[in-house]
Design a protein around this ligand. Structure first.
Ligand SMILES: Cc1cc2nc3c(=O)[nH]c(=O)nc-3n(C[C@H](O)[C@H](O)[C@H](O)COP(=O)(O)OP(=O)(O)OC[C@H]3O[C@@H](n4cnc5c(N)ncnc54)[C@H](O)[C@@H]3O)c2cc1C
Length: 527
């Protein structure tokens, strides 16, 4: 393949591209097109909500003022304006709401703000600003960019190497490529009966019922609990610590199979440090996940966390994850949170273990040999891995403790019960089990695609048809490229890491770079 970058891509100038979803992945995709001087004739971006650039977690309805991201400023992959420059500009122009201003004043006052995680609403405003800016720049460079907001895509019709996008507002045709950046909408969500989704929280925070039952105790569930608390009272810093006060009479019950919360936030700089140490340790060659664990991960535990090492040294990788996640232990969730808050201040690095696991998964993702072994033999440990990665920001952990101390919040280790079973048929029940991946990660995407034959008849796909996503993110059907690109980690079978903004940046960049390369190649071979 001929690869030429940073020049004018003549062929692409003739092309029309459809992009489904205007979340962070699309933002990074557009920024890379601009950076690489790739200016398609036309780009139409379809977004079913009203706030392009923000995506699912950062749009207003899902980003109540007290909900936090897990990102510090330094962890936002580079965009077309730095976060600190943006925050100064926005602050000067006084464009944002009082909540955002409160955060911005804090940020102005102290350098330590660089170390604090950013509220999701603030991050959303930033992403939205960057989005508008890149669209404007692409337009100025000659691309005809249209952002169709409040326009949900229902199907993509494939006919003679061209695509028609069918939306709830009408049909758009003549596209040469489609980029599917629909985020977690591409994974399965089997809603529980008689329960509300955790997002958007306003569905239930305004309810004046006395009891809320939240199914789940992970990050989504914590969002739900803190949203209810915020709507009905306030957190105050007092001499004895953070306290919660409310004039409402209500209770929140959180319950899950494990009955415990994820770990309190760990510093991502620590992960980067372990990644470096793993990369540097290339003395032993490993060809499968189990030997990688034994010969590369265990030595890191031995060096940095000898006490933990002594407990896990005879275990398999799966057993070690189960042990570390304390899934089998009988720990009170608040005691566990408090112990973790204490151990963050402990210099013995015993709380580093999630960082070692995160570094390990990053390593497996990068190594084709290990990745193949993982996909073939270790898919069953994915939920344990997700549990290892999930981490609660410090501030949220303190708020959960304050709610418990106030008597508002309680917990239950339970599975599969209904609200009625619990004797609380009047309670508001919230399904906060979070994103649940399909066994077939491509199932939803396949459902979106319609193949139309020359006679205008729909071609039906069968189980015999083989689907995959290539390394360059192109959807492959029966060994043939489709010109459909998949930018969602939830629909990428080979992606085993937990998606975050870093993933959006990588996927968006890789697809845009592929567009640049493909076009030069097609020009050369005369497609
Ligand atoms: C509750 C929650 C909190 C999170 N917090 C963090 C965090 O703190 N830090 C972090 O790095 N990551 C976080 N994530 C992960 C996060 O999802 C990604 O970082 C990022 O939002 C993914 O971007 P995306 O563009 O791939 O997908 P999304 O953000 O999901 O964006 C997809 C977009 O596609 C649109 N769309 C979907 N279907 C259609 C359709 N049929 N037609 C038209 N438009 C459509 C959606 O409306 C959405 O705007 C969180 C995820 C969740 C669910």
């Amino acid at each position: 393949m001929i690869v030429m970058e940073n020049h004018f891509h003549k062929d692409l100038m003739q092309r029309k591209i459809a992009v489904i979803g205007a979340g962070p992945t699309t933002l990074y995709f557009l920024c890379t097109l601009l950076e690489k001087n790739v200016f398609p004739k036309s780009i139409v971006i379809f977004e079913k909500h009203a706030e392009p650039g923000k995506g699912t977690p950062f749009r207003n309805e899902n980003a109540n003022p007290n909900l936090l991201s897990n990102l510090k400023e330094s962890e936002i992959p580079k965009l077309n304006i730095s976060f600190s420059t943006w925050i100064r500009d926005v602050y000067d122009k006084d464009k944002v709401s009082s909540t955002l201003n409160a955060f911005i004043s804090d940020a102005d006052d102290s350098n330590s703000s660089r170390n604090q995680v950013i509220p999701r609403g603030v991050l959303g405003e930033y992403l939205s600003f960057c989005f508008k800016r890149v669209v404007q720049c692409l337009k100025e460079a000659g691309s005809d960019v249209a952002v169709q907001i409040r326009t949900g895509v229902k199907s993509v019709i494939i006919e003679n190497q061209q695509f028609t996008v069918e939306t709830d507002k009408g049909r758009y045709s003549g596209f040469h490529r489609v980029v599917v950046n629909m985020g977690s909408d591409l994974c399965s969500k089997d809603k529980l009966d008689d329960a509300l989704w955790a997002y958007p929280p306003r569905q239930y925070t305004r309810e004046d019922k006395g009891e809320f039952i939240i199914d789940g105790m992970s990050l989504t569930a914590i969002d739900a609990a803190l949203s209810i608390a915020r709507a009905k009272g306030q957190f105050n810093h007092t001499e004895s610590g953070l306290e919660y006060q409310s004039n409402h009479n209500f209770k929140i019950l959180m319950r899950s199979r494990t009955g415990v919360f994820p770990k309190v936030w760990y510093n991502s700089d620590v992960v980067a440090d372990y990644i470096k140490r793993l990369d540097a340790n290339c003395a032993i060659d490993v060809s499968n996940v189990e030997s990688f664990y034994r010969h590369k991960l265990l030595p890191l535990f031995k060096q940095s966390m000898p006490k933990i090492y002594q407990q896990i040294k005879e275990m398999s990788f799966a057993e070690c994850l189960t042990f570390l996640n304390q899934r089998t232990g009988q720990v009170h969730p608040i005691l566990k949170l408090k112990a973790e808050l204490l151990s963050l201040a402990d210099e013995s690095r015993q709380s580093d273990w999630p960082a070692v696991i995160a570094a390990g998964i990053n390593h497996i993702q990068q190594s084709p040999l290990l990745l193949n072994d993982f996909l073939a033999h270790h898919q069953d440990i994915k939920s344990q891995l997700s549990a290892s990665f999930a981490s609660i920001p410090l501030e949220s952990a303190n708020r959960i403790i304050a709610l418990y101390d106030n008597g508002v919040l309680n917990f239950e280790k339970a599975e599969g019960e209904t609200a009625a079973d619990n004797g609380n048929s009047d309670a508001i029940r919230i399904d906060a089990k979070g994103v649940i991946e399909c066994e077939d990660k491509l199932a939803k995407l396949k459902g979106l695609l319609v193949f139309s034959g020359a006679d205008n008849k729909k071609k039906s796909l069968t189980d015999v048809d083989k689907w995959s996503v290539a390394e360059n993110h192109e959807l492959i059907l029966n060994g043939k490229p489709t010109h459909i690109y998949v930018g969602s980690a939830f629909a990428t079978p080979w992606y085993i890491n937990i998606p975050g903004l870093e993933t959006c940046a990588n996927f968006g960049k890789q697809i845009a770079q592929q567009f640049a390369q493909d076009d030069v190649y097609e020009e050369a071979v005369g497609e």
